[in-house]
Design a protein around this ligand. Structure first.
Ligand code: NOJ
Ligand code: CA
Length: 715
């Protein structure tokens, strides 16, 4: 197709163009640095064109957070958007709003920033791009904007070249760069040590496509030697590929590295378009990083008119028993079936199928008895015998149950007890197949009254060559969210891209996995400090379906062949309902185990999943986190504390409680001899009367923690 703007210019137009060029050049030469400060004046963003190259710099209380760093993009088959720019406009404005999330860590969220938008023109190519900066009290967001224009209609990104020039060899909490998974243990090291530790970091993990000895994922959490906490991530990842960071370990400059698609391209853009926001959260207090709402604020408000169907969910599930190997997702064995002609009513069952009518009813009864909203049932549908074998492009149709799972009756039974069944769509990575069935799958859910789906993308993506985090897949995840919303369905995506605050726009995105969850406690274990890091890294983008609540810490109790154990004390498992914020919380262990510890289980029953207010009482990434949260619409507060393998004494002040009120505190703590390896199930529960003047000290075992419920006296 001939480009409409490539027709020959007339002589008059040509001389006009030369004049414009000259003006732009002059403008460029006289361009001065632009500066904008955060509303409280503590952060300063400067923008400057250095010999035609756009650069920015960020300072916090006079300290360098990001040294002058280059901005721009390299394009495929045409000159780059990195240099030769003149500044043709610069606009500033201030913005201040308070909005109410559908669900969240606080009742309202303040979105307050000062903005600078710089328009840049390349005289030679007559292309224009804008860089928009928003400076909040807690950090900076900026993005590229490509207005619609004749000389920049559509283009292919070869690489985004956004730099983050760090001021030193910071301590980093990092995951190896990977286009397909974030299910790694976090490595804590200096940036200069990344290269040396990369190989070990990858070994033994679910690594698929690590791309470089110094490639890192976001959210990346950093701490400078002089005590600045810095978090780098992105917000509003829409129609663009997921950003990784490439570290230059000589200069300590991080540079964006986008996920390539099947042919190595990094994004197809048609103007008008915007990149996602690049985010830098910064503070000298670790707790401020946890409380930052910057990533959410950089997303667009939801356009959903009716959100009454979106509700936080506390659930149990036919799940951990399969993860541990006690039962199976599949109904029969592979030997018994031929995929193209199988009649499951005629094949021999394997006798270990978890999602059978009688067993699912036990879970429904348990959920109803203890006030849970829902039961997740995995392995309900045909195909699990060969779910990521060579037939995976056809294996699941998302509507055919195994013969021992009566969809209609089980949903009727559940709903008669005020419980919902959560649908499970494991796609086995075959996105083509999933999109083929999506409409009928969601209609099927509507028909039987399912209102939430857990999706899954295990294995290589089909069409082959695509990566879990490339632009095509990003568009798929967002397409599923939109389709689901049209059917009033909430989504919890596993193995999808890590969240970037999109739940502001799509509040039906109530959960994601996109990190190493509790399931790994059955696959060899998570590090004891894992939950002291995730809130600073993965959770910066949005909630995680971490699936806590494992009381039987020895996996062999369910499956003698499995020697894994949970790297946490039982008391700490309770704390996670408070420290791992999510509007979707699972009590992941088996009913038979909870029935043996009903006193501790009481905390899981009581804890809220939606909050009016959140405070960070203590925090240091990698070492400990203590949160206090006020239940939405209730006077109760809940405290959770998690610590690393060393154990510690936590000291907290209950000053967050309402003046003049008395509360009963129930403290679920590690017993004095508890230890995540040696004695994980030893806990103690005590009650005491407290007010906002009370100060508490509590010993946490190695790999331990505690949980407290604070209920107004007399309630
Ligand atoms: C991996 C998910 O994280 C897990 O929760 C699920 O049970 C399996 N895939 C099977 O879909
Ligand atoms: Ca530590």
């Amino acid at each position: 197709m001939k480009h409409p703007a490539s027709r020959p210019l007339t002589a008059a137009a040509r001389s006009g163009q030369r004049l414009l060029l000259l003006c732009l050049l002059l403008l460029g030469l006289t361009a001065r640095a632009e500066e904008v400060k955060s509303p409280n004046g503590q952060l300063t963003l400067s923008f400057e064109l250095q010999a035609g190259v756009p650069t920015y710099r960020l300072r916090y209380k006079g300290r360098e957070v990001i040294k002058p760093s280059k901005l721009g993009l390299e394009l495929k088959g045409t000159s780059s958007l990195q240099s030769g720019f003149t500044q043709t406009a610069a606009q500033q404005r201030s913005f201040d709003e308070t909005w109410t999330p559908v669900w969240g860590e606080s009742k309202t969220i303040r979105n307050h920033y000062n903005e600078l938008a710089v328009t840049l023109t390349q005289a030679e190519t007559q292309r224009t791009m804008r860089v928009r900066f928003r400076v909040f009290d807690d950090g900076l967001g900026f993005r590229y904007e490509f207005p619609r224009q004749p000389k920049l209609d559509y283009f292919t990104i070869k690489e985004e070249r956004t730099q983050f020039a760090l001021a030193g060899d910071h301590k980093a909490f990092w995951l190896p760069g990977d286009y397909d998974t974030q299910e790694y243990s976090t490595v804590t090291s200096k940036l200069s040590e990344v290269r040396g530790r990369m190989k070990a970091a990858v070994t033994g993990n679910a690594s698929q496509t690590t791309f470089s000895p110094t490639g890192l994922q976001t959210p990346l959490m950093l701490k400078s030697q002089d005590g600045l906490y810095i978090n780098i991530h992105e917000a509003a990842l829409i129609d663009y590929s997921c950003m990784h960071l490439e570290l230059n370990d000589q200069t300590m400059v991080l540079e964006s590295h986008l996920t390539p698609d099947a042919v190595g391209d990094k994004g197809l853009i048609q103007t008008p378009a915007n990149s996602p926001w690049r985010t830098i959260i910064v503070s000298d207090k670790a707790g401020d990083i946890l409380l930052s709402k910057l990533v959410l604020n950089l997303n667009e408000p939801t356009k959903f008119k009716d959100v009454s169907w979106i509700k936080p969910v506390k659930y149990v599930g036919v799940w951990w028993e399969m993860i541990t190997g006690k039962s199976t997702w599949s109904y029969t064995n592979m030997d018994n079936i031929k995929l193209d002609s199988v009649d499951y009513r005629k094949v021999k069952p394997n006798g270990t199928h978890g999602a059978n009518n009688a067993h699912v009813k036990e879970y429904i009864d348990f959920a109803a008895q203890h006030g849970f909203d829902a039961v997740l049932v995995e392995g309900w549908n045909t195909g699990w015998e060969d779910w990521f074998g060579k037939h995976k492009d056809y294996v699941f149709d998302f509507v055919t149950p195994y013969p021992d799972f009566d969809v209609q009756e089980l949903n009727r039974y559940a709903q008669s007890k005020n419980v919902r069944i959560i649908m499970h769509h494991e796609t086995s990575g075959s996105v083509r197949n999933y999109e083929r069935h999506l409409d009928t799958a969601f209609q099927f859910m509507n028909k039987y009254g399912y209102n939430a789906v857990k999706t899954g993308y295990v294995g290589d993506i089909v069409p082959l060559g695509h990566k879990h985090y490339d632009q095509w897949m990003i568009n798929h995840y967002n397409y599923v969210l939109e389709k689901a919303a049209a059917h009033r369905i909430m989504v919890n995506g596993h193995e999808a891209v890590r969240p970037t605050g999109l739940s502001r726009t799509y509040p039906n995105l109530i959960g994601n996995e996109a990190a190493r969850g509790t399931e790994y406690e059955s696959f060899g274990g998570n590090n004891a400090d894992h939950t002291t890091i995730l809130p600073f890294t993965r959770l910066i983008g949005g909630p995680m379906d971490y699936t806590p609540g494992i009381f039987q810490t020895k996996v062999s109790a369910y499956n003698p062949q499995n020697t894994s154990f949970v790297h946490s004390t039982l008391a700490r498992q309770l704390a996670l309902y408070v420290t791992m914020y999510s509007p979707l919380q699972m009590a992941a262990d088996l009913p038979e185990t909870y029935n043996k510890h009903l006193d501790a289980f009481q905390f899981i029953k009581d804890v809220a999943v939606d909050w009016d207010d959140t405070k960070v009482l203590e925090a240091e990434p990698g070492d400990y986190i203590t949160y206090a949260r006020k239940a939405k619409g209730r006077s109760s507060w809940f405290v959770g504390s998690t610590c690393d393998e060393n154990g510690r004494t936590s000291s907290i002040d209950l000053g967050f409680l309402e003046p003049g009120k008395k509360y009963v505190a129930t403290i679920y703590a590690d017993a004095p001899d508890a230890h995540y390896e040696r004695n994980p199930q030893a806990y103690q529960i005590r009650k005491l009367n407290v007010t906002r003047k009370t100060k508490l000290t509590q010993r946490c075992a190695p790999g331990g923690g505690y949980a407290i419920s604070l209920v107004e006296a007399g309630r």
